[in-house]
Write a protein that binds this ligand. Sequence first.
Ligand code: VGL
Ligand code: ZN
Length: 206
Amino acid sequence: MDALLVVDVQNDFCPGGALAVPDGDQVVPVINRLAGLFEVVLHTQDWHPAGHHSFASSHEGKKPYDVIQMDYGTQVLWPDHCIQGTTGSRFHSELNVTPSQLVLRKGFRREIDSYSAFFENDHKTVTGLSGYLQNRGISKLYVTGLAADFCVKWTVLDAIKEGFHVNVVEDAVRGIDLDGSLEQAWQEMLGAGARKISSETLLHRK
Ligand code: VGL
Ligand code: ZN
């Protein structure tokens, strides 16, 4: 069985949001069209407490997009975003979340960021998604959402490590693109064994 995984299509990652991904909102109609084709639709939601350690504002003298060393490795510092319960943390108002069978929240531990839907950024702390998918007999994922070069990328790489077949729907993702990170993300995802598919091809195949 396969599933559509929709990563972090939240107001703060869309134009006007705190950490806007260029054209991030353009994935919404594409994802809504795809959602009707899948028996299983799952969403992730970036869900940080105020004062989260991935925020530049939590570190004296640091600005957004600076990079620091955390216990678990390098961490890009972000503008405050997706704070639990705020408008910015809500799903884009036109995203159809009704078909969702699971909304997986991540990034709720103050000290540790979580890009991937499978593991937090220490690459050890699990979210439980792998077991959930395995228990439901889901072996193939179609991944969509934001941002292609952060949460989508790490979700895809971990999904492959966990043994899932992964397709990335190319016109249903958009990237932040810090210093070529978008191109690099595609190389890493494809190099790890992910396939790239267009929503058009997927619509015809389903
Ligand atoms: C994301 C940066 C910080 C994402 C989340 O959803 O890609 N990026 N938090
Ligand atoms: Zn975040």
